[in-house]
Design a protein around this ligand. Structure first.
Ligand SMILES: NC(=O)c1ccc[n+]([C@@H]2O[C@H](COP(=O)([O-])OP(=O)(O)OC[C@H]3O[C@@H](n4cnc5c(N)ncnc54)[C@H](OP(=O)(O)O)[C@@H]3O)[C@@H](O)[C@H]2O)c1
Length: 236
């Protein structure tokens, strides 16, 4: 990734931050985005002088437009930053039901739209999906549907935006900071449940997921693909 400039919406933690670390370590530059300015500043400080931080909320169209305004030319876009909830169709309110599409689907769609004027034609976009798209869990219908839609969006944009390459990463359960917000016993229960369903019998690491994202950025003949970094969850 030497001399490549990479923009990561959701780059202050988890998979986004790990991708940022690899890019900087290999001689590239990053712009990381997120909602919490303190978390962003801390992440940027650990990344060093080849990193910049900008505030963005992927649930808010105006915030997405402002993030990309004057950002300068860059080579790759990765968009894991989203915030959503889910639940059973007969239990959740409309706002909760719509939250995955609002933040994760439309958030990524508008990020691509506002990124385009600045994105190199030789570059790439990696959208964030999730393996429940292919093997749903009960109680997350709109989150599942949103991930399926994102995989479709990657295929459609790969055709529409060529030669810019567009791919999606669809991870299974990855042990990121996202899980630290859950109560410990709930997290352990969810991880054990996932491990029992995945062919490899465990959850994934942040490094394994970040490596898949970097592959999609680097490989110049891969476009329209969804890469399942899921330990074989979708095989069973
Ligand atoms: N971890 C998993 O098991 C897993 C599995 C499948 C798919 N995913 C997908 O991966 C993404 C989360 O990545 P992660 O697991 O690495 O989580 P993470 O460690 O919690 O990192 C999420 C990053 O996104 C930012 N973010 C969250 N909400 C945002 C918003 N509304 N606007 C802009 N930035 C936002 C966070 O910063 P702020 O909070 O400060 O904004 C942070 O930088 C989600 O799209 C999720 O659906 C995760």
């Amino acid at each position: 990734m030497r001399d490549q400039r990479v923009v990561i919406v959701g780059g202050s933690s988890g998979m986004g931050l790990r991708v940022a670390r690899s890019v900087v370590a290999s001689g590239g530059q990053v712009v990381i985005g997120g909602r919490d300015p303190e978390r962003l500043a801390q992440a940027a400080a650990t990344l060093g002088e080849r990193a910049q931080a900008r505030r963005i909320d992927s649930s808010d169209k105006a915030s997405i437009a402002a993030f990309f305004e004057g950002i300068g030319r860059f080579d790759h876009l990765f968009t894991p930053g989203s915030s959503q909830s889910s639940g059973r169709i007969d239990e959740i309110d409309d706002d909760t039901a719509e939250s995955p599409f609002r933040s994760k689907f439309w958030g990524q769609y508008y990020a691509v739209k506002h990124a385009l004027p600045h994105l190199a034609k030789t570059g790439s976009i990696v959208l964030m999906s999730g393996a429940y798209s292919q093997r749903p869990l009960a109680g997350s219908a709109t989150y599942v549907a949103c991930n399926s839609a994102i995989e479709g969006l990657a295929r459609a944009l790969a055709v529409e935006l060529a030669p810019i390459r567009v791919n999606a990463i669809s991870p299974g359960t990855i042990d990121t900071e996202l899980w630290q917000t859950r109560l410990r016993h709930k997290r352990e229960q969810a991880h054990a449940h996932y491990a029992a369903m995945a062919a490899l019998g465990r959850v994934g690491t942040v490094d394994e997921a970040a490596d898949a994202v970097l592959f999609l950025m680097r490989n110049t003949y891969t476009t329209g693909s969804t890469l399942f970094t899921d330990g074989g969850y979708t095989l069973r």
